[in-house]
Design a protein around this ligand. Sequence first.
Ligand code: ZN
Length: 154
Amino acid sequence: MAIRKIRTFDDEILRKKSKIVEKVDNKIKLILDDMVETMYNTECGGGLSACQVGILKQLVVIDVGEGLLKLVNPKIIKEEGEQIVDEGCLSFPDVWGKVKRPIKIEVEALNENGEKIVIKGKGILAQCLSHEIDHLNGIVFTSKIIEYINFYKN
Ligand code: ZN
């Protein structure tokens, strides 16, 4: 496994759409493992998408304290409610803002063995799934910020 370099700010790969993974093979598993290691190497990362390490494939890893998820081709099949949450992103160090996210979400994906799974998330997991799937569509969270949060004011 290896820690990969996280792309930041104006890097144009963060605004591009990621491609569907046709086959979940060992190469894909290796990328997922590298993404997990890269995420755990950060101070506060709850999720990471492949585009953030420079790979335009629909791959996401998430750990918000409810177990590690490795998702291939994740797709939102249901969204419910709204929550305004404080949010950050590993690609935008030190940028924080309030963002609107669904309270509940249902996501269909493949796991690292290529098996179809459905993830039902609420609260922070719903927020994180929504944020990471946005990445796969080239949408960065800064485009959704309602209000910036300055943690360094005082
Ligand atoms: Zn992000």
